[in-house]
Structures are given as C-alpha cells and as structure tokens.
Design a protein around this ligand. Structure first.
Ligand code: ADP
Ligand code: 5GP
Length: 400
C-alpha cells in the first residue's frame, strides 16, 4: 500500500519548502502514494465549482499541475481522500448523496499509463464510483457490412430502457439518413485531433481512411442515463478499449462467408465501388484479428439475422425476455450524508473497507462505510462495484 494515508495541509507546509503556496482556504487534502503526493483541492483557483489537483514528486522536489481527464466531481462542502491502492485515490465528497459521494482519482491505472504515453505531463483521471454491480458496457466489432448496426438497432428497439448507444465521432461524411449527434458526431479532422490530444477520447482509430473515436463523454452520457452502453467500434478500437480499465463484454460479429459480406455491402448501397473494395480488403485483416486470443469474449456468426439476434440476446442473458425490460435497478437514495469533512474527519481503512467518521456533532453523528473490494471498470467515467453505507450511531447498531 502506498505510504501514509492522509496528511493534513499543515503537514505538507512543514515538510516541503520549495515555495509552492498551498492555499489555506477551501478544502484540500494531500494523499501520498509512493513518491508522489496528490493535493486535491475543492477549489482549483479557476473555478469554484470543481476540484483541482496538484502533484508533488518527492524525489525531484517538483510540483506539477497534471492533465486531468474525465468529468470532475462538482464542488462540495469538504472532502476526504484515501489512497485505495497504488493506482487510485478514493475521494469522498461531503454534503452529497450516497449516490454521488464516492469518486476516484486514478493516478496509475492502465488507462492512465496509456494516456501518459500521449502526454508529456502528469496525467490523472476522475472516475465516479457507482454503487452495486452496474452492468458492463458492450463492445461490438466486426467487418463493415456484417450486420453490427442492424443487430444493435434490434436490441435497442426491443430494450429501449436498457441500452444506450455510444455515439462516436467520425471525420467521414454523413450518409443519407444519418443524423449528427444520433448516428455519429460528424467532425473535422483538426478538431478531432485536438480533442484526442486533450485526452477527450477513450479510443480512436483510422478506419477505411477516416478517423473514428469514442469520446469519454459519449460513454458517460449513456451511464448517466442509467443504461448499458453499446459501442460499435472496429477491431483496433476494441483492442484499445481492452487496454483501458473500462471493463466491457467484447463481441465479434462474423459473416457466414466473405461472398455474403460482399453481397451485403453492395446491397446496402451506401458506399461507392471503390469504398466497398477498400472495406472488403480491410475485412480480411479484421476477420483475422477477430480471432486474436483474449481479445473477444464471444464470436457470433451473423448468417440468419433472427438466429444471430437470439444468440446475442442469449449471451447477454436476455433470452426469454420479451418487450421492453426495465432499466437496471437504480436505487433511489435519501440524502444522508452531511459531511463537513475536511476540517475534522477521521478515516480508517482496513484493506478495501473505508470507514469515515463524519464529524457532525451530537445526535446526527454518522459513519459512512465504503466497501471497495470488488471494483470494476474505472476511468474514464465510472468505477463499478462499490458499496456505500451510511451508518447511524451508536456503532453497536450496525455491528449487530
Ligand atoms: P454494419 O453495421 O456491420 O456495417 P449493417 O448493419 O449496416 O452492417 O448491415 C449491412 C447490410 O446487411 C444491411 O443492408 C443489412 O440490412 C444487411 N444485413 C444485416 N444482417 C443480415 C443478415 N443476417 N442477412 C442478410 N442481410 C443482413
Ligand atoms: P461506418 O463508416 O460503416 O459507420 O463504420 C466503419 C467502421 O468504423 C465500423 O467497423 C465501425 O465499427 C467503426 N467505428 C465506428 N465508430 C467507431 C469508433 O468510435 N471507434 C472505432 N475505433 N471504430 C469505430
């Protein structure tokens, strides 16, 4: 585990003398993980509505303002910060609902390590803790014309409350019936390249001569609607997502034969002959890569459409369900937490169980227990598998 749990701002002031001015106003915590100290501030100096982060590297004595990815948690009345492991810091927001109190600052997860390769500065990312076992996103890949879009449309039509589509960005021109913001976000190459550089994309790839990518925001929008996110992306994109901490179910759709694939592409009539040939050429590589060990969890052959659709539903555990199924349980929670935490909070941590003593005096005193032993997913966006309990005093009540 990474070093001392939580230092106070005063500890830092005494310990480091390289002239970095720690603000004493607002809420700040300093969390040590290995050689680095992450100072999380409820007031980042630019805006009063979000959190700010600064990083101190002990061995070099240098402070850095990192590139911060993901949506930041909103400003709140105090916060607590606990290093969960070497990869992330748990940040508990004061005066928030249990649904919105647990956030993670990822400092060295797979996703961060990958993003660091594209950046010459420190990189960290916010990820919101989601209670319970929220279902994993679904990545669907396969060669152009195999029927991915058709299968996804059927699924979304039958289960509109359950699934949401991750609307990708692309530099290709819209087809006849395609709507901006619905089928794709149609964008210019220069804008997309800048956004990629700014860390706004979960993954991106050059496909059939155009740039395609999934923005962090596209995935978050679906998660925020309480739906399971479906991503229609190419094999390179699937590989990139595999290497992030976004845990997903990876499904590859294969055609019954190459000839049938060609027939479908021609019949769709959305591409020129030249574009069709390019897509078919790329299909050979994609079909090969679809077999890469460990990349896809399931391979479905889309021969007869109805059979393939039934098989898709089966592997998603939806067989036997007819019509619009209810959305995954979204428990509505009372506003329980009233935590003026930064001034006087007490955090204890045993393995992945964190107990926060919210220092509200008198009969309102509360404990919050966060159980983080089975986390899944991660930045960008959401970290699943968290349990948060608010516990009223006396202690004996919840113990027994
Ligand atoms: P993708 O999204 O993978 O590029 P589409 O969903 O657009 O592919 O499907 C390509 C074409 O093939 C469409 O015209 C669609 O109606 C047709 N199609 C899809 N699945 C089947 C199938 N199982 N049998 C015959 N045609 C199909
Ligand atoms: P189309 O131009 O036919 O809509 O899509 C062409 C290919 O791009 C398809 O294989 C589709 O899965 C892929 N694609 C669409 N969106 C994305 C994306 O956001 N990222 C990646 N990597 N591929 C995408």
């Amino acid at each position: 585990m990474g070093g001392a749990p939580v230092l106070s701002v005063d500890d830092l002031k005494g310990g480091f003398s390289n002239g970095f001015e720690l603000k004493s106003e607002g809420s700040q915590t300093a969390t040590v993980i290995g050689d680095k100290t992450y100072v999380i501030s409820g007031n980042d100096g630019e805006s009063t509505s979000t959190f700010g982060v600064r990083v101190f590297t002990k061995s070099t004595g240098e402070w850095a303002v990192p590139k911060v990815l993901g949506t930041k948690p909103n400003q709140c009345k105090g916060h607590a910060a606990v290093p969960l492991d070497e990869e992330r810091i748990l940040v508990v927001r004061g005066d928030s609902t249990l649904d919105d109190c647990a956030w993670f600052l990822e400092v060295d997860t797979k996703f961060i390590r990958q993003q660091r390769n594209n950046s010459d500065t420190e990189v960290v990312a916010w990820s919101k803790g989601v209670r319970g076992d929220v279902e994993k996103p679904i990545v669907i890949s396969g060669p152009s014309g195999v029927g991915k879009g058709t299968l996804i449309s059927k699924l979304m039509k039958e289960f509109p409350e359950m699934f949401g589509f991750s609307v990708s960005h692309t530099t290709r021109a819209p087809r006849n019936k395609e709507e901006d913001g619905v089928h794709y976000h149609f964008t210019d190459l220069s804008v997309m390249e800048k956004d990629i550089k700014d860390g706004k994309f979960l993954e991106f790839a050059s496909v059939h001569g155009n740039l395609y990518g999934t923005s962090v925001e596209a995935v978050e929008a679906v998660a925020d609607a309480g739906k399971i996110c479906i991503l229609d992306i190419d094999v390179q994109g699937a590989r990139s997502v595999r290497s992030t901490s976004l845990e997903a179910i990876f499904i590859f759709i294969s055609p019954p034969s190459f000839e049938e694939l060609e027939k479908r592409l021609c019949k769709r009539g959305t591409e020129t002959e030249e574009q069709i040939q390019k897509r078919l050429q790329n299909a050979r590589t994609e079909l090969e890569q679809g077999q890469s060990p460990g990349l896809f969890d399931h391979i479905l052959i889309n021969d007869d459409l109805e059979t393939c659709y039934e098989n898709l539903k089966k592997l998603l555990g939806l067989d036997g369900r007819i019509g619009a199924a209810p959305a995954p349980a979204s428990k509505s929670l009372p506003r329980l937490v009233d935590l003026p935490m930064v001034s006087d909070h007490l955090v204890s941590k045993i393995d992945h169980r964190i107990l926060i003593n919210c220092a509200t005096a008198g009969p309102n005193k509360k404990l919050v227990l966060i159980e983080a032993s089975s986390l899944g997913g991660g930045a960008p966006g959401r970290t699943r598998g968290l349990d948060v309990y608010a516990i009223d005093y006396p202690l004996a009540k919840w113990r027994g």
